[in-house]
Design a protein around this ligand. Structure first.
Ligand code: GLN
Length: 205
C-alpha cells in the first residue's frame, strides 16, 4: 500500500489525511525527522508558511525535508507551495527551495480572506484537462517559473498550479472539496515513481 506522509506541524493536514485515506492510501501524520524515512511521498498542507517554516526549524525538520523533496514525490498546497518555492516576492523566510518558482504570498489581496472559483487544470503526463473547484484561502500565486516548470493550473490568467519532475504545487486547497481527482492523480504519480525506482533498482542489481 502506498504510504504517504502529511506534514502535521500546523494547518489543514487532517483533511489531506482524510482525502488520501478515502482513496485507499496509508496516510500518516509527520512531525519528526525519523517519520520521513519509510514514506513513498509527502503532502505539505496549507496553513501559515512563516509559522510552518519556524516549526520546521524547531523540530529540526528543515534539512531532512530538503533532502526528501529533492528526491521523492511531494504535493504542496497553498502554504505548502510557498515552502516548496525557491523564493517569495516578500521578506525572507525559511523555504525548502525545491521548485524553480517565485511566489507572491496573499496575492489576491490581504482583505480577500477566502473564495471559491473554478480553476482550469491540465494534469501533466495525462490528457486530463478540466475545471476544478478552487478553494482559495489567503492564497499565493506564482509570478515566475523556471524552464523546467510546467504550469498546470490557472485562475483568470494567474498561475495557481505548477509541476516540476516529482513536485506538484497548488495555490488552492483540493482537500477542502469533495473532488478527489487531484489526490487521485497524485497517488497515481507516486505509484509510477515507485515502479520506476524498482525497475531501476532491478536493472542495477
Ligand atoms: N497566506 C498563507 C501564507 O502566506 C497561506 C495560506 C494557506 O495556506 N491557506 O503562508
Amino acid at each position: 500500500m502506498t504510504r504517504i506522509g502529511v506534514l502535521a506541524l500546523q494547518g489543514a493536514f487532517r483533511e489531506h489525511v482524510h482525502a488520501l485515506s478515502e482513496l485507499g492510501a496509508d496516510a500518516v501524520e509527520v512531525r519528526l525527522p525519523a517519520e520521513l524515512d519509510d514514506l513513498d511521498a509527502l503532502v505539505i498542507p496549507g496553513g501559515e508558511s512563516t509559522t510552518v517554516g519556524k516549526l520546521m526549524e524547531i523540530y529540526r525538520l528543515t534539512e531532512p525535508l530538503r533532502r526528501f523533496v529533492a528526491e521523492r514525490p511531494v504535493l504542496g498546497t497553498c502554504a505548502g507551495l510557498i515552502l516548496l518555492a525557491r523564493r517569495t516576492t516578500g521578506d525572507e523566510q525559511p523555504l525548502l527551495g525545491a521548485m524553480d518558482v517565485v511566489v507572491r504570498r496573499n496575492a489576491f489581496g490581504r482583505q480577500v480572506h477566502s473564495f471559491e472559483s473554478p480553476v482550469e487544470l491540465s494534469l501533466p503526463g495525462t490528457d486530463m484537462e478540466f475545471s476544478f473547484p478552487g478553494v482559495f484561502i489567503r492564497a499565493p500565486w506564482v509570478e515566475e517559473v523556471g524552464p523546467d516548470v510546467e504550469v498546470v493550473a490557472t485562475w483568470e490568467g494567474h498561475i495557481v498550479g505548477v509541476f516540476q519532475g516529482h513536485l506538484l504545487g497548488l495555490a488552492f486547497h483540493p482537500e477542502l472539496t469533495e473532488d478527489r481527482r487531484i489526490h487521485r492523480f497524485f497517488l497515481d504519480m507516486v505509484e509510477k515513481e515507485s515502479e520506476a525506482k524498482l525497475a531501476a533498482a532491478s536493472v542495477g542489481a
